[in-house]
Design a protein around this ligand. Structure first.
Ligand SMILES: N[C@@H](CCSC[C@H]1O[C@@H](n2cnc3c(=O)[nH]cnc32)[C@H](O)[C@@H]1O)C(=O)O
Ligand SMILES: [Zn+2]
Length: 431
């Protein structure tokens, strides 16, 4: 018996489209991809639920490797500032007014937006994370959660306790639909003695690391001034990478930094839109990939993007580096698509996610490909990277469960959500 069969469907598996296929899902995994008609007839009779995928393309769900998802609450709140000005003068004073109630609806807003645009996994760094975990649980999306840890904050030690609790409560939930990392925020908010506590806690409980690193020129210059080393080299010397890490941004990294990252399994969350908008720069992604570093894509928070649309990040990853290097082959469509899917999965420690293949986790997006901007259908990966709209995502499945069907969210009450976001806007007001 299969829990779900998607039939009459074109399936994007790695770089090829399998036409007229059927995907059989059992216990959250892709059990079979059938192409033989008789097999499909048989599987139809053996399935609890059958979806007709006519006119649609099944593709792996997008994987957002770096965000602060509840920051959707601050979308279009303070724009056109550079990182430190934006954080210190706009965002942090406003975040001081956050509580569980607002984070609940901010998280729901982000999850609704991600599901609607074909994202099935996100990696978050924020606070009030137990609330975020509850929203992940009830919405059915996949998430890797970390509690942002700022050593300079008055709640620095309490934050460590919260992150450890988050790990103990949620890590591994629902066959690893939820995982937990520690979230030391950044070099400029985490002094060395605090990083030592983070590393000790990581070793004690076995949790991995998610940190902003080498985001701006100013950050790198300040760390060099204080320690004589780049942020990557300094964190390496402190022992942060003893078991790999997920590093967000890595815009300003040297060839020596890249060697350290490659040798120590430091994966990168590349956030091209946020880096452009905060005027941080362009990360040397082709160079990092050439060194063997795993690079995934992220949106960063919706206050610095200003949306959670991963297809935009795929498109930017595919185009930005071409122009920077005057090389159309710098990041081909397939490489950008892989960064948005299977490479992102690897960066988050999932090795059976991000490709539609037997034995892989059933996180699947059905795109409505029967539209003029998809035609002609020479190359579906190129269509996704260069032509598709994220709203072409029609049906979304995570862990074998349908979370959006024909553009209707099945686990989120959108009308209530919109009303709550209006209330939040009134509460936070203007700067
Ligand atoms: N300071 C918080 C915890 C930090 S959560 C993660 C933080 O990252 C911030 N953030 C969002 N985008 C970026 C970015 O691009 N670089 C650095 N920090 C960011 C975000 O506003 C949030 O404050 C506390 O009181 O416990
Ligand atoms: Zn960030």
């Amino acid at each position: 018996m299969y829990d779900l069969l998607i039939k009459n469907i074109d399936v994007l598996s790695n770089d090829t489209t399998i036409n007229h296929a059927a995907i059989a899902i059992q216990d959250g995994y892709i059990k079979f991809i059938f192409t033989n008609k008789q097999d499909i007839v048989k599987a139809t009779a053996e399935s609890t639920e059958v979806l007709d995928g006519k006119g649609q393309l099944a593709a792996p769900g997008l994987i957002n490797t770096h965000t602060h998802i509840a920051m959707g609450l601050f979308r279009n709140y303070a724009d056109d500032l550079e990182l430190m000005d934006w954080l210190q003068n706009a965002i942090w004073p406003t975040e001081a007014k956050l509580n569980d109630h607002y984070v609940k609806y901010g998280t729901q807003l982000g999850i609704a937006e991600m599901l609607r645009s074909g994202t099935t996994t996100f990696s978050d760094m924020y606070f009030f994370m137990n609330t975020t975990a509850e929203e992940v649980k009830s919405s059915g999306i996949r998430a890797v959660l970390s509690r942002g840890l700022a050593g300079v904050s008055p709640t620095a030690n309490q934050a460590l306790v919260e992150n450890a609790d988050l790990y103990r409560t949620w890590h591994g939930f629902d066959n690893h639909r939820i995982k937990v990392l520690l979230g030391p925020h950044a070099p400029y908010t985490c002094p060395d003695d605090y990083m030592e506590k983070v590393i000790a806690l990581s070793k004690e409980i076995g949790a991995g690391i998610h940190m902003h690193l080498s985001e701006t020129k100013g950050e790198v210059e300040n760390v060099i001034k204080a320690t004589g080393k780049t942020p990557i080299a300094h964190m390496h010397d402190l022992g942060l990478f003893y078991n790999g890490a997920l590093a967000a941004h890595c815009v300003h990294v040297t060839p020596e930094d890249m060697e350290i990252m490659a040798e120590n399994n430091v994966a990168v969350a590349h956030n091209p839109q946020s880096n452009l908008k905060l005027a941080s720069g362009i990360a040397p992604v082709p160079e990092m990939i050439a060194k063997g570093i795993t690079v995934g894509l992220g949106t960063d928070g919706s206050a610095s993007n200003n949306n959670a649309d991963m297809l935009e990040e795929v498109r930017l990853a595919a185009t930005l580096h071409k122009a920077r290097l005057y090389d159309p082959k710098a990041i081909p469509a397939q490489a950008a698509w892989n960064m948005g899917t299977v490479e992102g999965a690897k960066a988050l420690g999932y090795h059976d996610l991000g490709v539609l293949q037997e034995g892989y986790r059933a996180d699947i997006v059905l795109y409505n490909a029967d539209q003029v901007h998809w035609m002609p259908r020479y190359n579906d990966v190129a269509a996704l990277a260069y032509s598709a709209n994220s709203s072409d995502a029609n049906t979304v499945i995570v862990n074998g469960k349908i979370l959006m069907k024909d553009r209707e969210l099945l686990t989120i009450d959108e009308e209530k959500l919109k009303a709550e976001i209006k209330n939040a806007q009134e509460f936070f007001g203007h700067l």
